[in-house]
Design a protein around this ligand. Sequence first.
Ligand code: F3S
Length: 280
Amino acid sequence: MKILVAEEAGFCFGVKRALKLINGYLNKGNQIQTFGPLIHNVPVLNHLAAQGVRSIDSTKEIEKNKTLCIRTHGIPREIEKYIKKKGVATLDATCPLVKKEQKIIEKLNKKKGRIVIVGDKDHPEIIAARSYAKNVTIINSLAEAEALPRAFQMSIVAQTTLNSEFFKQVVAILMDKAEKIEIYNTICQATKDRQQAVKKLAPQVDAIIVVGSKISSNTKKLFHIAKEQNRHSLHIETCADLQKPRILAQLSKFNSVGITAGASTAPEELDRVKNFLQKL
Ligand code: F3S
């Protein structure tokens, strides 16, 4: 079987940075809690848990003798303020590109006009980002864009892991809805590169395997793009998922398989999938 790996796949710069920060702290013997899962990848989180890193979801769970690590997706402003006020030691692993998005929203909050965030309102990145302005409108479909009332001034910001094509379509709809419009394409380069790479790879192979957590926003978008280009697209979390008899039967029909992985998928997992397929 011919195996091709997407030109850009797996760990992005923000995830590598966060893991470097947290591992550096752990190596010095510090005890760490994370506010929310550090990244959206179960094997990586299990590895951290084995080193005593526990994820908490509320300020009530903060243990003062531990350093509180802020997740790559960021946390709401009021929680950050509370933590500072309480004098809790922190390690900020928020991706700098998520921070940039938060700063843009904070700046827009001082100006007039409607702020529109295009993204998933329930995703931690957006829950954190929206806290930087008093009023924001969050949309995540073309129908929601169509339904937005007109405004004199409108600013549009994107979730960092949004599908680039989808953002273009939303912007095209909103262009007719305001006199003055400002567009902040805050989709990160790692997301764009991975999306372009899978778009290029998917038509060249019989099937595509997307490796990454089912709760990872950017992995889900990669799978969606792969599926648009190649109907034999499969989303797996780990190499173990390939070992199911139904999947093995499917794979035996293909002569070539392409592999990609979300921005929070470790290179070791990608290698495991590649080696497994090579042996088939
Ligand atoms: Fe940052 Fe983009 Fe990765 S926002 S965490 S570089 S997917």
